[in-house]
Design a protein. Structure first.
Length: 419
């Protein structure tokens, strides 16, 4: 407990009793009290903000542990004095009190320069109440509160709390959100970025991506429906996008993808950054018409998940090596020539007998597997060679595949583990 906690408690009671709503913002109270009583040292702005946030949490914890019978600790650092309605009475139902939105409605008509912090707190409280009652005006109260705090450059903690209220009010019904919901996730991400909380910022961008992806898919569905309708009613003047709620959703989504990926990289979360890049590439591929670029992106996804999976490339290499070994057993390979220990006869099916008179031997699967590995890696020892015809074509094809897959594997491996 700090020496000034006792005096602060008495001042808190006076403020609560004089407040029209009978509750105060603990964050605003501590900031005002410590400033008025010269309790803030001469630190940098960042250090002061950190100290204030710590003191707000400490003071609230002290109230909760020592004065819970006097002060009610609400959500989001809102404090009020215990009233009879908070005392549990047996067999007495608790009556719900009505809330007067008239003052908040008057504040909506005011300019931002005409508001003060107390007005903003009232708008915030009205937004919470309206959201509980599922009133459409919840968003108007919440966004007015945020715009004021952003306009007056208030602390980031207050802005984040205001944005939480905005996002809660963005849901119009159980199935549809406001079209600009993604903007407020991005605003939260920008604030967290300024605080170097890159992991939290990335999660906010990811929430915005999810919303924008739904909007993009909705746009594609509208376009498909319009194309079908156009065939029936060719005189229609609609372009299939007039019902879409966000203009340039593709460009916005690409930008948010990049920002999300950068935040994950700044946070050192390379796996998450890689996954976002894969999702971004899938989105780009989805937006392309049938063309060489789309076919190439599909091949790149199949081989290496857009260059993000060396494990997948390695798997394809193993399939090529073992698969071609089986094929070579059918097409045949030439056994070593000019070697003293073998005498081989035949063109396609080779029967080799050692000079010492041992039984005849036919090259088996392991010999063909060895030849497949040598061909894939383009080592070219020269001991075995392809039989004329399709075996030579397949050997040349495997050598090209080996060059491509080996280069792709090294590229993806370096990319993945050098971040």
């Amino acid at each position: 407990m700090k020496d000034w906690y006792g005096a602060a408690l008495e001042e808190l009671k006076r403020e609560i009793n004089t407040s029209p709503t009978k509750r105060v913002s603990g964050s605003d109270f501590i900031r005002s009290y410590t400033n008025d009583n010269d309790l803030i040292g001469e630190e940098d702005n960042d250090d002061i903000e950190t100290w204030l946030n710590l003191e707000i949490d400490n003071f609230e914890g002290w109230l909760k542990n020592n004065h819970s019978a006097v002060i009610v600790i609400g959500k989001n650092y809102y404090w009020s004095i215990v009233s009879p309605s908070h005392v549990k009475k047996q067999n007495v139902p608790v009556k719900t009190t009505s809330y007067d939105f008239s003052v908040a409605n008057q504040l909506l008509d005011k300019e931002l320069n005409d508001l003060n912090t107390s007005d903003a707190n009232m708008l915030y409280e009205a937004a919470l109440e309206a959201n509980k009652r599922k009133l459409d005006k919840a968003f108007e109260y919440a966004i007015k509160n945020f715009n004021y705090r952003d306009h007056t450059r208030q602390p980031n903690t207050d802005k984040l709390r205001a944005l939480d209220a905005v996002l809660s009010a963005c849901k119009l019904n159980s199935e549809q959100h406001r079209a600009d919901t993604y903007k407020y996730h991005c605003k939260k991400a920008e604030i967290f970025t300024s605080q170097y909380s890159h992991d939290v910022a990335a999660e906010e961008y990811k929430a915005a991506i999810q919303f924008l992806e739904n909007e993009f898919n909705r746009k594609c569905l509208i376009k498909q429906l319009w194309n079908k309708t156009y065939r029936l009613f060719s005189s229609s003047q609609s372009n299939g996008e007039e019902e879409h709620r966000i203009a340039n959703v593709e460009e916005i989504l690409k930008s948010v993808y990049r920002k999300c990926r950068v935040q994950y990289q700044e946070a050192g979360m390379s796996d998450e950054a890689s996954e976002i890049y894969v999702q971004e590439s899938k989105h780009v591929q989805k937006g392309l018409s049938l063309s060489f670029k789309r076919i190439w992106m599909f091949i790149l996804w199949a081989l290496a998940r857009y260059g993000e999976s060396p494990r997948r490339v390695f798997g394809w290499g193993i399939i090529v090596i073992f698969g071609f070994a089986l094929i070579y057993m059918k097409t045949g390979v030439n056994a070593p020539s000019g070697l003293a220990e073998f005498i081989c006869n035949g063109d396609v099916t080779l029967h080799c007998t050692e000079q010492e008179g041992k039984p005849a031997a036919t090259p088996g699967y392991w010999t063909h597997l060895y030849y497949s590995v040598v061909t894939f890696t383009t080592l070219g020892y020269g001991d075995f060679s392809p039989v004329a015809g399709e075996s030579r074509f397949l050997s040349a094809l495997q050598a090209l595949l080996g060059l491509v897959l080996t280069s792709l594997f090294l590229g993806t491996l370096i990319k993945k583990y050098s971040r």
